[in-house]
Design a protein around this ligand. Sequence first.
Ligand code: HEM
Length: 236
Amino acid sequence: MAYGPDQILEGLGNSDYERYVRTPELLALQKSPEEWLHRDELLFAITHQAGELWLKLATSEAYEVANLLAENKIRLALRLVPRILLCIRNANEGMDMLDQMTPWDYQQVRRALGHGSGFDSPGFNSVRKAIPTLGKEFHRLLTEANVELLTIFLEHKKYDELYELAQALLEIDQAMFLWRQRHFKIVERSIGTKVSGTQGTPVEVLSKLNSFNFFPELWDIRTTITNHAIAAEGEN
Ligand code: HEM
C-alpha cells in the first residue's frame, strides 16, 4: 500500500487525520474567546466534554460486557471490565483540572451555565443505567449455576469465574463511588456545601448520593463472610 500526502477519507479538514478524528467539528465545540464571560470557561468546558466522552465509552463497554454475559461468555466479558474502570478513572482524574480554578473565578463561569446541571449529564446518566444490567446478568448466572452468593466467596477456586465477576462488579461500584466522592470535593471547593446548584438542588442532596451502592449485596456479603468465620470458630 502506498502512503502519500493525499487524503482518501471524506470530511472536513485538510488531512485524513483531521477527517478521521473529526478535529474541525471537535475543536469547534468550545466557545471562542470573544464569547467567554471568563477565560476559565475553556477549562471548564473541556473538562466536562472530556468527562462526557469517557463516560460514553464506559457505557458502550458496559453494554458489551452485559451482552457477553448474556451469552455466558464470562471470561471474554471480564477482559473488557478494565476498560470501564479506566474510563471512570479518567473522568475522575480529569476533574483535577478544576482545582486550578479559583472559587471566585468559578462564580464568573457559573453565570454562563444557565440552568445547566450535572443531573442532566448524558454520560453519567447512561453509565448509571448500564451498570445495573451487569448485576442482572450476574444474578442470572448465579441462579443458573444453582449457587448462593456466599458459596462463590467461600469456594472461590471452584467458582473462579463467578468470583472474578463479583469482584469486577465491586470494582465498578467502587470506581463510581470514588467519582462521586471526588466530584463532591470539587463542588465543596468551588461553591461550598450549604448552597444550591444551578437548578436549585441543595448540594446536601449530593452528599446523600455519596453513599449510594449499585450492588449493596456485594458489600453486605463481606459482613456475612466475617460472621460466618466467627460462627465457624465458635464451633471449634
Ligand atoms: C467546578 C466544577 C463543578 C461544580 C461546581 C459542580 C456542581 C454540581 C452540583 C451543585 C451538582 C448538584 C446538581 C445541581 O444542582 O446542579 C452537580 C451534580 C453533578 N455533576 Fe457536577 N459540578 C462540577 C463538575 C462536574 C464535572 C467535571 C462533571 C463531569 C461530567 C460533573 C457531573 C455531575 C453529575 C453527573 C452530577 C449528578 C451527580 C449524581 O447524580 O450523583 N460535574 N454538580
